[in-house]
Design a protein around this ligand. Sequence first.
Ligand code: FDA
Length: 453
Amino acid sequence: MVEITRDVVIVGAGAAGTTAANELKKAGLSVVVLEARDRVGGRLWTDVVDGAMLEIGGQWVSPDQEALKETISELGLETYRRYREGDSVYIGRDGERRRFTGEIFPVAPETEKEIVRLIDVLDDMVAQVDPDRPWEHPDAEALDRVSFEAWLEEQTGDQEARDNIALFIAGAMLTKPAYAFSALQALLMAASAGSFTHLVDADYILDERVVGGLQQVPLLLAERLGDDVMLEQPVHTILWDQDGVTVLTDGGLTVRARFAILAHAPILYPWIDFTPALPRLKQQMHQHISMGFVIKVHAVYDRPFWREQGLSGTAFSPYEISHEAYDNTNHGDERGTLVGFVSDRDADDLFRVSAEERKARILESLSHYYGPEALEPLVYFESDWGAEEWTRGAYAASFDLGGLARYGADLRTPVGPIHFACSDMAGAGYQHVDGAIRMGRLVAANIVEAAHR
Ligand code: FDA
């Protein structure tokens, strides 16, 4: 048994936890970061699989993500743009593969009109939503009672228009079916990226990557903390009162501190034994939050063969298992990498079949976009965050129907000395690394203020 004492103990060495720890240290407080895994980074994980460098977790940076961009530049990291020259591919409801440029998919003129109209309607509504306080929207209660799918059905009878608009929030962002979250939750998702138009624009939302991988952000932040980051220390118990916390880990550590920060996905709070228990409202709230579910598929080829066909690699279809896919070739790499995403019910279905069949069906889907060469990658890998004990889904967590208006305002409220920070409770940058950094900064500022009270 080892016992240590700090001003602040931080549970989780992801982007939020490592940011908070650095901010607190700068303010003169002593910290320790306890991480369950044997590595730093959480949902950021850059690894080499069969000789190919892969971004197993988060990777893209968009222009509005100011907190992340500041951090990247302060850490001296370089970025590069996603490959986007040439035509994109869309597969419609009729199963036809069509090439296109721009943001709007090549659909029938009346469907295109509906898509453009719905984007305008959503942009107007999103403009009224403060991503830090979506529950303050004048119609928050009503918007939180109706699923995004049902809301879309009220807006238009055009199925293909609905399927496409739903895709941008459901399959592509919250990675839940559009009937499983509310219209208010959808507005928050769009507001967190500045507008619905931003979500529709892949060139905006998936703009840049970091040379060498995005995991370097938490790794470099952790490096500055030295021995104050402790790996393989899953926190299982937190004893607390108004004066502080005692935190116990499976690694045999006992940490006493004035404050604690839980810097991990909120769905994991119930895995910690709190004495006394968290307030009943928090316990209820945590039962109304769940992770999305997505498989990120990496397929590496001897060359980016799709570029020879004049394709950018960008591909979409609400009717394909892999509903979106991109050129994900690494900076300076001669080989070509495609990345595809399989979300919610499609992911459920594919985990009901063997690994061989899953791979065959996913590659078949990629071949619908890029042709038969896509069937034969040199390296194939599925990021499966649903199987990760310390994450349990991807990309992040969201409320079920009614949960955001009912509980959202309390998600970040501290309990005595225990504070909360994670991308999954951010306003701007919600569900993204930018949001994790913003939450890390915010919680650190709140603790510095409380420490000096
Ligand atoms: P995160 O989950 O990263 O960190 C929490 C840490 O706490 C983990 O290291 C965990 O092990 C640890 N922990 C949990 N319980 C513990 C316990 N009891 N004791 C000790 N430690 C414990 N974002 C983006 O900006 N661009 C993108 O392109 C993508 N794409 C993407 C793809 C995939 C496949 C995923 C999974 C995610 C993304 N994201 C993304 C989302 C992004 O990666 C995510 O929002 C942030 O990395 C989350 O950072 P946090 O620090 O908030 O949590």
